[in-house]
Design a protein around this ligand. Sequence first.
Ligand code: MG
Length: 500
Amino acid sequence: MLFENPTIKEILKHYRVIWALGHARGLMGWDSETYMPRMGVEERSIAAAEIAVLSQKLLLEPKFVELVEKASSMEGLNEYERGVVRVLERAIRIYKKLPPSLVAEKAATSQKAKAVWREAKEKNDFDMFKPYLAKLVELNRQTAEYLGYEEHPYDALLDLYEEGLKTREMERIYDAIIPASRSVLEKVLEEGYYPQHHPLEDERYDAKALEEVNRRILDLLGYPWDRGRLDVSAHPFTSGIGVRDVRITTRYEGFDFKRSLLAVIHEYGHALYNLQIDERFIATPLAGGASMGVHESQSRFWENMIGRTRVFVETMYPLLREKLPFLEKYEAEEVYRYFNTVRPSLIRVEADEVTYNFHTLLRFELEKQLITGEISVDEVPELWADTLDRFLGVKPRSHAEGVLQDIHWSMGAMGYFPTYTLGNVIAAQLRAHILRELPNLDELVRNAEFKPIQEWLREKIHRWGSMYPPQELLAKKLGEPLNPEYFAKYLVEKYVDKRI
Ligand code: MG
């Protein structure tokens, strides 16, 4: 038994109800993005909000908090038990420090802000969204003050998404990857081997045929259909409802088939993480990932470091060619180049591996300055355009493709974007470590033998769930701390040396 200590056992018994509410909310969230009738949205959001309040209440019940505090000062807990205490203490600390009135105001504001943002984006009207953005910045500033920080108020916000991450550390990461990304980008644009545009982006596909391809690829990757599903949603996502119920989605836009296919592989990476968590963690606080960044590293690893490789494309080529007749005109190498177009662009979610991190850096810089009050929301569109111009030499022609493109700010999420870059950086580090133990990685992919890769990820990352904070997990299991140099090297190896 993992959990022997009587106090821990009591904690887990109480926690089961909180877990059950989370389970229900997970299913409700999945449903509202897939099959819920459109008119169900209002009742669904009332129900979801009530359940959120209820689970917060259960988490902060004095009897429960006391038990967690008691366990926290206990000696002789095993590593699993200490993990349970750490996760719960952190959740309690965050909830306790934030006054309920602030939490409620943030929820209500973002509920409205999301609707306004949608309309503002459609109408390309930043002024419409501006008061909501200003309010959400102010609420985030207050959040940082209540949570407390040592160096930078933004530290407190980063920590909400990535336990322990500091502004200074994130700056160090960007310093390590941005100059390298810039020089790789210049080289790629000069050479033109990885094209800025590829004619396959305009080829129209039959959605049924592509769905068959996607399902076949998931078969080859070993996605367990008795523990998962593939459905359609406006934006692809993964829903980890339980360790044995992990569902993914993609979308079919009718052209540029890699968007749908690579989204499937991306979400598969997220799903595999949840599916390989130690089953003894079911219904405990450990049955989740280590952090947003570590989770994203799993999706990025499979999407980019498997899915976009030459050997993977070559392996899948016969299948693609069979189901997508327009590929008759294109050899495997062409499909590989199509999977890896590189261009300075305006939209983060469409950005390639070389330019992606410039987009999160832009948001990181703006968010930091908004939180300290160095800049006001009025200045954001112009600063956005100027910074992107400086980074990538492109300027948005509208607010919709500039400051209004992402949903995150309307949801009140500030401090979230850097975790995407963290995911890219961790993925490159994992790849380097996998290669040390599986130097025949290419061979494995060529034979569609993904099991050894999955097993490696299970042992190093997945099985541990949320037992360790992200930095500790990496240090423990890789034998070295997070190191962004791997990402810089990876970009050169792939895009300059063309060896991946
Ligand atoms: Mg993701």
